[in-house]
Design a protein around this ligand. Sequence first.
Ligand SMILES: [Zn+2]
Length: 57
Amino acid sequence: MSLVCVRCRRPMSAAFATVGEYAYGPKCAKIAGLLPNVSHAPRAPMNQPEVDASQLA
Ligand SMILES: [Zn+2]
């Protein structure tokens, strides 16, 4: 299946962010101030200790 960004109409393999049924690419999502899909970014397995965000630069 193919997706296109509703903002710039560019084809993309996966939506970076979605609002309702609208899909946005990474650039347009940033421009629109949208957060990425929670399921988009690959995460560490559940058994990994969570990184303390305050320890990151
Ligand atoms: Zn776009």
